[in-house]
Structures are given as C-alpha cells and as structure tokens.
Design a protein around this ligand. Structure first.
Ligand code: NAD
Length: 290
C-alpha cells in the first residue's frame, strides 16, 4: 500500500510556485495577491483561512485577511465583495464557507467576479470546467487531480466511484474524472444519500473518492483489493487526550481499508494540504489570465 502524501506533494507544488513568483518579481512584475474573507468565528474556518494565509507567505504571494463579524448583513458582505472585485491590487479572493445562516451563500458565490474566483465555485468557472476551457477548477477536486497525476495513477478506462454530490467536491470531481485528460477518462458513478446498495457499487471500483462528511463511513468490506482510495472527509471529533480537544477523522476507516488498497490518502495530510496548494495554483493563474 502506497500512501498518497498530500502534505509532501503540496509542499513540492508550493516550492514550484515560489520559483515562478521569484521569476515574476525579477521581471519587475508584482507578486500575486490573494485576499481571504472570513465571517464570524467558526474554529475550523479560522484554521483553514490561517493555513491559506501561511501558504501565501511560503510561496511569496501578498495576502490580505479580512475578518468580518458574525452579525454582518448580507448587503454589507456583498458590498465588500464588490470592493474586492474592483480592487486592481487583488488578483483573486475567497470567501470562506460556511457563512452564517442569514447570508445566502449562492448570492455571495455569484457576486464574486469570475476573473478573481480562485476557489472555482462560480457558475462560469464550473461551466468552463465542463467545457474543458481554461479557467479556475474548484480547489479540492483540482488538488485531487494533481495528487493522482503526481503519483502517476492510471485512470484511463478505470471504474471510478465518487461518494457525495456536493457542488464543491463530489459533483465537480465526477466531471473531472470523466474528462478526456491525462487524469480522467474514467467510467464514473456519482453516488449520494439516495443511492441503493452502495457497497455493491464501491466493491467494483478501481478508484473511490469519498466526500460525504461521515467519519469512517467507507469500510474494508466495501473496497476491492488494489483499489485507489481518496478520502476528502474532515470531521472534528472530541478527544480529551489532544491539546486542541479534538482529532480529525476522514470518511474512510483507514484501519480496515488501507490494507486492501494500492494507494490511499491519509487524514490529515492527504487532500487538505492539496486543496490549499490548488488555491495557490489558481491565484498564480489569475495573474496569468490578466
Ligand atoms: P456536503 O455535506 O455538502 O455533501 C455531502 C454529500 O454526501 C451529499 O451530496 C449527500 O448526498 C452525500 N451523502 C450523505 N450521506 C450519504 C450516504 N449515506 N451515502 C452516500 N452519499 C451520502 O459535503 P462536502 O462539502 O462535499 O464535504 C464532505 C466532507 O469533505 C466533509 O467532511 C468536509 O469537511 C470535507 N471537505 C474537505 C475538504 C478538504 O480540503 N479536505 C474540502 C471540502 C470538504
């Protein structure tokens, strides 16, 4: 069993981006500038946003963290987004999800300029992905594609099962795995909460991508020998033995699944760091697209 080391791969990608940023600066151009907007004080969101800002420092990007109170109105947030859309100094920005319940996430996603949509959630970005046109790919699926690519996982003609159909992970992932690209050309089955006999479907799969947010959901009896398993799930579970008071669990029962796999991602250290590396790739692409 080979571990798909997202931490190391993300670090390699960030090193490559850092070289490109140095070249840009040497050519008299400015470093890419990423802004991250966070609303409220959700612990997990703060951790993710801080990791994104730290990654910017590592690759030599400029970054701006915009912290807004939980009580901000939807109108105020939309006007902040408009400001960022019109700020020539900002090349790309993200609004960390989830947002407080009184704010419509779709409205916010639609308000972000497609030219600065480095999370790749805007309908224009998703449409470009479907049509195989240049554009921003959603960060988590893009990270998974990069990871499979860098480990030379053969995907062409393989049977790929995606569990979970969210707009940010499962649905775009299923499209990317079916595209006619180096990582792609799979026969894809997109499964979800209404899927019947899921274990029968996953047992046939050569590649399983699990993104449903239920800790240790995929167990060894659902996986065939030699499968490639990618675990997107991250759930905080209370753990008094940890200084933080919690530990992170993936959607895959690593103990029973990993002995059957040819390749598997760990949690943490798998898809999470790759998502951040993809955000850096998209931000670099934002200035190239300018
Ligand atoms: P979501 O909650 O938006 O969607 C969950 C999906 O799972 C739904 O489509 C639902 O139909 C499906 N589902 C629920 N129960 C099911 C079942 N029994 N069988 C099959 N499908 C079922 O999820 P999301 O936003 O895609 O996130 C999924 C997980 O991935 C979460 O743990 C989240 O924290 C994590 N995540 C990680 C990263 C990362 O960078 N590593 C990024 C995004 C999300």
């Amino acid at each position: 069993m080979i571990l798909l080391d997202g931490k190391q791969t993300a670090s390699d990608i960030k090193d490559e981006i850092a070289v490109k940023v140095k070249e840009l600066k040497a050519a008299g151009k400015k470093a890419p500038h990423l802004a991250a907007v966070i609303v409220g004080d959700n612990g997990a969101s703060i951790t993710y946003v801080n990791a994104k800002v730290k990654a910017c420092e590592k690759v030599g990007f400029d970054s701006t963290l915009i912290k807004l109170p939980e009580t901000i109105t939807e109108e105020e947030l939309l006007s902040k987004i408009e400001e960022l859309n019109n700020d020539d100094n900002i090349d790309g920005f993200i609004v960390q999800l989830p947002l407080p319940k009184h704010i419509d996430e779709l409205k916010v996603t639609l308000a972000i300029s497609p030219l600065k949509d480095v999370d790749g959630f805007h309908p224009e970005s998703l449409g470009r992905m479907v049509l195989d046109l240049p554009g921003f790919l959603p960060a988590t699926p893009y990270g998974i594609v990069q990871l499979l690519d860098r480990y030379n996982i053969e995907t062409s003609g393989k049977d790929c099962v995606v569990i979970g159909r969210s707009h940010i992970v499962g649905s775009p992932m299923s499209i990317l795995m079916a595209r006619n690209n180096k990582v792609g050309n799979c026969t894809v089955t997109l499964t979800h909460s209404r899927t019947q006999n899921l274990a029968d479907i996953t047992r046939r799969a050569d590649i399983i991508i699990v993104a449903l947010g239920k800790p240790e959901f995929l167990t060894g009896d659902m996986v065939k020998d030699g499968a490639v398993v990618v675990d997107v799930g991250i759930t905080r579970v209370a753990d008094e033995t940890k200084k933080s008071g919690f530990r992170l669990l993936g959607d895959v029962d690593f103990a029973s699944v990993s002995p059957k796999c040819s390749h598997i991602t760990p949690v943490p250290g798998g898809v999470g760091p790759m998502t951040i590396a993809s955000l850096m790739m998209n931000t670099l692409q934002a200035i190239e697209m300018k």
